[in-house]
Write a new protein. Structure first.
Length: 336
């Protein structure tokens, strides 16, 4: 078998063995083999002719062996992404940081996710806007085989959301929803993005069918509040993709998972979920803070854009029956 030597080694196993067995002085050996005397002394003291292992001998991580074992097993079982692992475990492991989590996974060969996770297409990001840009959409749901319409609004930047359930998707209901939205959001709304449905605009109506010299009631409310009403491109629903995705999230947490006897039962569950989402769920898009925490940070930076103190929104949490005792319980309160 060939010898495996350090890449800067100047001696072979045979020379090292000869140095160890020789009775000549260090100076003579150094001259004969053209080596530094310190190298001769080193091999004189060694019992083996093999190189010692190089590099750091043990991990310098602040994580204990038990904590690293928990992290690795959690990663293997859940196959969560790095950020999802961090969110899930940081409350359980006090010393956990995103950096040492990655290094732990790297040491154990678990830093690379399966290909199906890596091959996801990179989605184009939204243009960065300050808070006050709302996406509004309508989604159909069925309760006891009866169709209802879920009006949904979500802020592009703060991710704060508001929803309401109606029996019909009429202009009157869209106006009522917009008024409720403006009362719910504690800051000024600058932009609202909707589709081209007749509930929101007259744009798709033929000119002779449009009311003369009159704005759409939805646009009238926007104009009264200095809001710019924007419309998605026709046949481009992904323009309003943020609220479309949130619609899917709401359905996955409610109608796709549970059965409801009455609309009131659904509304109660939906309200619980919305409280959990707005006040307790930490979002990756917000760098692992809640929508409410995002709003508080913006209020501290620029209070002039707020219509009311967002701290007052906490009173809504006090209205919950059997109020959860922790943020984690609040998140799962909607699943009871």
């Amino acid at each position: 078998m060939g010898q495996i030597l350090h890449k800067r080694a100047k001696t072979t196993h045979i020379i090292r063995k000869e140095i160890q067995e020789s009775k000549e002085s260090i100076a003579k050996l150094a001259k004969r083999f053209n080596l530094n005397p310190k190298t001769i002394q080193k091999w004189k003291k060694r019992e083996s002719v093999e190189d010692n292992p190089m590099g750091r001998k043990q991990s310098q991580s602040i994580l204990t062996e038990q904590e690293e074992a928990v992290i690795c097993e959690f990663r293997r079982v859940t196959k969560f992404s790095l950020d999802d692992c961090y969110i899930s475990l940081k409350d359980k492991i006090p010393n956990l940081q995103r950096g040492n989590l990655y290094r732990c996974l790297k040491r154990n060969g678990l830093n690379v996710l399966p290909k199906e996770e890596e091959d996801k297409k990179n989605k184009k990001k939204f243009k960065v806007y300050p808070i006050g840009y709302l996406h509004i959409d309508i989604s159909e749901i069925y309760i006891q085989k009866t169709k209802y319409y879920l009006f949904v609004a979500i802020d592009r930047t703060s991710k704060l959301a508001y929803v309401n359930l109606y029996e019909k998707q009429t202009i009157e209901n869209s106006v009522d929803f917009l008024k409720s939205v403006l009362a719910f959001f504690p800051y000024k709304i600058k932009y609202i993005l909707t589709d081209n449905g007749s509930q929101f605009t007259y744009e798709l109506l033929l000119k002779h069918l449009r009311p003369k010299n009159r704005l759409h009631p939805f646009d009238e409310i926007c104009k009264e509040n200095n809001i710019e009403h924007r419309l998605t491109k026709i046949k481009h629903p992904w323009t309003n993709g943020q609220v479309e995705r949130f619609n899917g999230t709401l359905k996955e947490a409610t109608t796709k998972r549970y059965f409801y006897d009455t609309p009131e039962q659904f509304k109660k569950h939906l309200q619980d979920y919305l409280f959990a989402y707005n006040y307790a769920k930490k979002l990756k898009a917000l760098k692992f803070i809640t929508p409410y925490e995002k709003i508080i940070s913006e209020y501290q930076k620029q209070p002039e854009i707020f219509n009311k103190n967002p701290y007052h929104n906490l009173k809504e949490l006090n209205n919950l029956e059997n109020k959860p005792s922790s943020a984690m319980e609040l998140i799962f309160h909607c699943q009871k």
